[in-house]
Design a binder for this molecule. Structure first.
Ligand code: PAP
Length: 346
């Protein structure tokens, strides 16, 4: 468990921070921001269109820093997602698969000790832009990351640091049907939206969403970027869907293990390790853990419990009217039609 402890410490107190030499646009750099298209934000007053996707001023700084400073290694494993499409789940699964020889997921005298039982997955697989490169005054010491390095990002494919495209590192992408993703993000951002901004009604949020105005969106562009790459370079990008994971976690885990370079042996399969990883990382199990019920700060200073709401496919039927369904279906047909990318909705 020592390297996990060192790694977690290194994230909270980076030791000797390396000063950033470049001048990045400051949050308050009005001139820079005023040059960008601007729309109403979901949890900040505004979102800005930066490099073709919508984001907040703070994110712009850390994305630029990531693009300038992150050097991908061939052994790196990068999880890329649209927010609310299964990031927390996939972080847990990737961590459990890759580290299964260091941390057993199997019961030993009815007892299992695993970092995922005491840490939220976001602590174990850090975001590039929200964690490692979030501090504009210092750069992270990535030598503290255990190998292979597991990191995550919400940025679209085109905005990934160059080295992650040119190196042999692997990228796992998970997406979710845009109906459930909308409902999930509306709930979550409603919880973390500052009171001073007032509530964001569902109808208004839906209108922004359908117009593509959502952090890291438009979501259809985000999906298509990784989708196309996964078709062109299947050994580089693995494209997963939340709904497939829900229906058939074990087969998806087998595929994931192989892609990551950590295939399950026949003996492991017979011993039920895939099922054990699946149940360790299941919504039901993770939601009930103390760290996820009472903990805080896995993402910014938000409560961990808000990352575990319903964890189901098809919850959108409880929120969207028939005309909303029609509107979003039309947008999806227009944007994704002909791409081969389809979704299970219920
Ligand atoms: P993030 O982008 O902020 O990290 P992310 O983890 O991608 O969030 O998405 C959260 C959604 O995944 C929630 O969906 P819901 O609002 O529809 O319920 C959350 O409940 C769901 N989720 C979290 N953990 C799991 C899990 N282990 N299995 C299945 N779904 C999960």
């Amino acid at each position: 468990m020592i390297y996990i402890t060192n790694f977690l410490k290194s994230q909270s107190s980076p030791g000797k921070p390396k000063q950033q030499k470049e001048t990045l646009p400051k949050e308050s750099d009005d001139e820079f921001l005023s040059s960008l298209p601007k729309e109403k934000g979901w949890r900040t007053p505004s979102l800005f269109l930066f490099q073709g996707f919508w984001c907040q001023p703070k994110e712009i700084r850390s994305i630029i820093s990531t693009q300038k400073h992150f050097i991908a290694q061939d052994s790196d494993l990068i999880l890329a997602t649209i927010p609310k499409s299964g990031t927390t789940w996939l972080k847990a699964l990737m961590f459990a698969i890759v580290n299964r020889n260091k941390f057993s997921v199997q019961h030993n005298n009815n007892h299992i000790q695993h970092p995922l039982l005491t840490h939220n997955p976001h602590e174990l697989v850090p975001f590039l832009e929200y964690k490692l490169y979030a501090d504009s005054n210092s750069l992270p010491d990535l030598t503290m990351l255990p190998s292979p390095r597991l990191v995550a990002t919400h940025v679209p494919f085109g905005a990934l640091p160059d080295s992650s495209k040119t190196s042999r590192c692997k990228i796992v992408y998970i997406c979710r049907n845009p109906f459930d993703t909308f409902v999930s993000i509306w709930h979550y951002l409603g919880k973390i939206r500052p009171e001073s901004l007032g509530p964001l009604p569902l109808e208004e949020a839906f209108d922004l969403y359908c117009r593509g105005i959502i952090g890291f969106g438009p979501y259809w562009d985000h999906m298509l970027g990784y989708w196309k790459e996964s078709i062109e370079k299947p050994n580089k990008v693995l494209f997963l869907k939340y709904e497939d994971m829900k229906v058939d976690a074990c087969n998806q885990l087998k595929k994931l293990g192989e892609f990551l370079g950590f295939p399950f042996t026949e003996e492991e399969e017979k011993g039920g390790i895939i099922e054990d990883i699946s149940s360790l990382c299941s919504f039901k199990n993770m939601k009930e853990l103390e760290v996820n019920k009472k903990g805080k700060g896995a993402i910014s200073d938000y409560e961990n419990k808000d990352l575990f709401r319903k964890g189901e496919t098809g919850d959108w039927v409880n929120y969207l009217t028939p005309s909303m369904f029609e509107r979003l279906s039309n947008v999806m047909e227009e944007k994704l039609g002909g791409s081969g990318l389809t979704f299970t909705l219920c």
